[in-house]
Design a protein around this ligand. Structure first.
Ligand SMILES: CC(C)=CCC/C(C)=C(\C)COP(=O)(O)OP(=O)(O)O
Ligand SMILES: [Mg+2]
Length: 354
């Protein structure tokens, strides 16, 4: 039985701008006592600072070879700290090579989001190429089989863009440390991730947030599932494909992926409301749908997380009772570890503070 503890979590408040500027900013007025709420989650895992630093160092050296080592990008990696995230989410893995491969995947998937999807300095706001670019990004990990002439054109396109090269090389690293079945899982999860990116872009083009049910269904695809599904790869074993694809294990993987990704929604909420015109996170979606102030919506989003994690407890107990193979219990324990690491990583990473 996994121990869930009550983690006190600061609640962001939305305040009218001072100096008469219209609109609101997600900030708690200085000097006021910030409200807190509770996130039910397993305890924080141990820190492994030296291993995390080595993973980050290897990732940044790899980025230099791709031409992705601009000062802005390197600073972004240190703020995001994928090395620390991997060590926290895979507490049982001792293999720095395997953990670095997983860290490269996180950096590559985040680069696809940052360069092809997010509204930021890297992308023109009127860029309508998200769909075609995501299709290319998927082909970088799931190569087409064309005629020799067209294959050569595709190769040149793939090798000519640093983000496509990053995703291709990170996935090649992953294939080196995993079985074809484990690699195919991640191809599927990343294709779903890109569906999620595309849906978010569709709402952005309509300039409206979806209802909470639809946001959550999409966030389950636009999620850390490609990372949670690496728990056996990083621990050096393989849950047999027929057990991994069993509906009870698939349900556990889907719910755990959503829970872990809601940690991002909650931790990045205030920054996204400040930085993005239309913030895509669960508190903002609930605030819009239920016409609530941000703090009340944030508390409701935490209640959604807590309900999901209680259900996940039942999911994992049901799956281990029905599927007594020790590999199933080991894999589900890995999903719990990812949830524990994700909460701690997200609420202590510099990426979401300030
Ligand atoms: C690394 C990976 C597989 C991420 C998948 C899901 C995803 C794109 C995120 C969790 C990032 O969410 P978001 O778009 O809110 O970005 P921030 O990290 O909050 O800036
Ligand atoms: Mg976010």
């Amino acid at each position: 039985m996994i121990e869930l503890i009550a983690h006190e979590t600061p609640v962001p408040a939305q305040q009218p701008h001072t100096s008469g500027v219209q609109g609101t900013s997600a900030c708690t007025p200085p000097g006021t006592q910030q409200r807190t709420t509770v996130l039910h989650c397993p305890p924080a895992p141990p820190e492994r600072a030296e291993v995390a630093a080595e993973i980050n160092s290897r990732i940044i050296a790899w980025m230099a070879g791709l031409g992705l080592d601009s000062e802005d990008n390197v600073e972004g990696v240190y703020k995001h700290d994928p090395g620390r995230g991997i060590t926290l989410c895979h507490p049982g893995s001792q293999d720095v090579d395997r953990m670095t491969a997983a860290g490269k995947m996180i950096v590559a998937e985040t680069a696809v989001d940052d360069y092809f999807c997010e509204t930021n300095s890297r992308r023109d706001t009127d860029d309508q190429n998200i769909g075609p670019n995501l299709s290319l990004a998927q082909s970088a990990i799931d190569a087409p089989c064309l005629t020799p002439d067209y294959q050569a054109v595709w190769e040149a396109k793939r090798t000519g863009h640093p983000v496509l090269r990053a995703q291709h090389e990170a996935f090649n690293d992953l294939k080196r440390i995993s079985s074809p079945a484990q690699a195919q899982r991640i191809r599927h999860d990343i294709a779903q991730l890109y569906l999620g990116y595309n849906a978010e872009n569709g709402w952005r083009l309509l300039n409206r947030l979806p209802p909470a049910w639809q946001y959550l269904a999409n966030r389950q695809m636009n999620s850390f599932r490609p990372c949670l599904n690496l728990t056996d790869v990083l621990d050096g074993y393989e849950i047999p494909a027929e057990l991994h694809t069993h509906p009870l294990v698939q349900d556990c993987t889907a719910r755990a992926s959503l829970i872990a990704t809601l940690h991002n929604d909650l931790a990045s909420c205030e920054r996204e409301i400040r930085e993005h015109g239309l913030p895509f996170n669960l508190p903002a979606v609930i605030a819009a749908e239920e016409h609530l102030p941000l703090d009340e919506a944030f508390i409701k989003a935490c209640e959604v997380h807590n309900e999901l994690i209680r259900t996940f407890e039942d999911d994992t107990e049901r799956a281990t009772a029905a599927l007594p193979d020790p590999a199933v219990a080991r894999f589900l324990t890995g999903l719990w570890a990812w949830i524990a690491g994700s909460r701690h990583w997200h609420f202590t990473t510099a990426r979401h503070r300030g």
